[in-house]
Write a protein that binds this ligand. Sequence first.
Ligand SMILES: Cc1cc2nc3c(=O)[nH]c(=O)nc-3n(C[C@H](O)[C@H](O)[C@H](O)COP(=O)(O)OP(=O)(O)OC[C@H]3O[C@@H](n4cnc5c(N)ncnc54)[C@H](O)[C@@H]3O)c2cc1C
Length: 420
Amino acid sequence: MKIGIVGAGWNGSHCALELMSAGHQVVLLEKHPDIFQGVSGDFGIRLHKGPHYPRSKTTRDSCLEAFDRFCAAYPELVVAHESAIYAQGTTDALGFRSKVSNDTFAKVCHESPECSEVDMSANGLEALEAAFNLDEPSVVLGDRLRRFFRDKLAAAGVQVQTGFIVEKIIRSAGQSLVYRDDGSCLAFDLVINTTGFQSLLPAFFERDFPFDVEVVYQPCLALCYEDRQPSEKPLSFIVMDGWFPCLMPAVTTHEPYPADYILTHGSYTIMGSFSTAREADALLEELTDDFIESTVKALTEAQMCRFWPGFLQRFHYAGWKGAVLAKLKTRSEFRSAITFEQEGVIYVFPGKVSNVFNAADEVLALIANQRCIDQNGFRYVEEGVLDIARREIQHKPGAGEESTCNLQTYSLLRGQKDAC
Ligand SMILES: Cc1cc2nc3c(=O)[nH]c(=O)nc-3n(C[C@H](O)[C@H](O)[C@H](O)COP(=O)(O)OP(=O)(O)OC[C@H]3O[C@@H](n4cnc5c(N)ncnc54)[C@H](O)[C@@H]3O)c2cc1C
């Protein structure tokens, strides 16, 4: 088949390689001048083993299942850590207790076989119920990631075309016609939309999708830091489950002693929740260095220092970056990828980076029409992620409920700043 893939992040690029191996002819179309310029190039950091999602067993299972596949397929992109600490905070930024009990937290951490308890005071950590080292690695980002995939896609024979926005896709006479902003039109047997569910969305998604799901678009920030005492291998530290901070390395080169990190927070670095990507993009455009440094940075650092008082002696601030992420609004914080087809276009709704394997498997099953369920004009794979998680993803938080999917941090902080 001649297949066009729109969007060259993790999902589009991995899927292109899998489809070439399966004997298809693939053209990968990206609006930016280079591949991996979206969220995949800057944010897909943690190669999850599962405990980040203590309330979603489906997500934890899919993390563990994908972990070994990722390490086997992309060993060059896996960065081992000196320590990868998962800690349970006593109370979060709003004074709430962690959303999981001590027992559940310990249990989900021990689902990773190499989990070991961390001596909190010996590591200069405070205000925690427990801390475990999970030997969880991270994934390479930035230029090193782009270079790796440019070479890999070229070697596989994938045609990569960058620099043009795909504006519409029309199904006509058994072909999918892709129209770009330079006026060109390309014809494919099938198109795969891996734009992070941000453009060219399925028609009547809200009305006809077989399940009652809701999508939320969130402008997310990462505060960048430099380590003054870098070790040979980087470290990571995450406190959970609620409005807690998370520190991860951002490895973008082959240089030893990586010093770049990003700091995020369960609420302060998620700026808002919108029903369209356009609104989320607009908020990101509005943000200024002054606002971020005087509010988001100050609040996030204060929270980090509650748990790791020595943080600011070791790390210094180096700027910020932002991206819009589409999420399914769920009570359990379900974060796996779901894959389905409508009218000659297969859509991959992103989850975590390691979910590229489920997604590509399901793309291949949809192409071969193996074990597929057809409902309201949407096709998805029987026993695939969408089928398995259909109950969980319909269980949504209510409008005022404490949930990451309801966050409106920017308007809240803006209001407080204006009141001062
Ligand atoms: C703050 C933050 C932290 C995260 N941390 C982790 C983590 O620790 N571990 C993890 O596994 N995941 C993490 N994620 C999630 C992960 O980064 C994403 O789910 C994943 O990178 C999505 O990949 P993708 O290929 O689906 O989308 P993207 O990387 O967004 O790629 C989509 C591509 O489509 C292109 N595009 C869009 N529209 C068009 C168009 N009309 N025409 C042509 N091209 C188009 C875009 O330019 C982009 O390159 C994090 C995300 C955020 C925001």
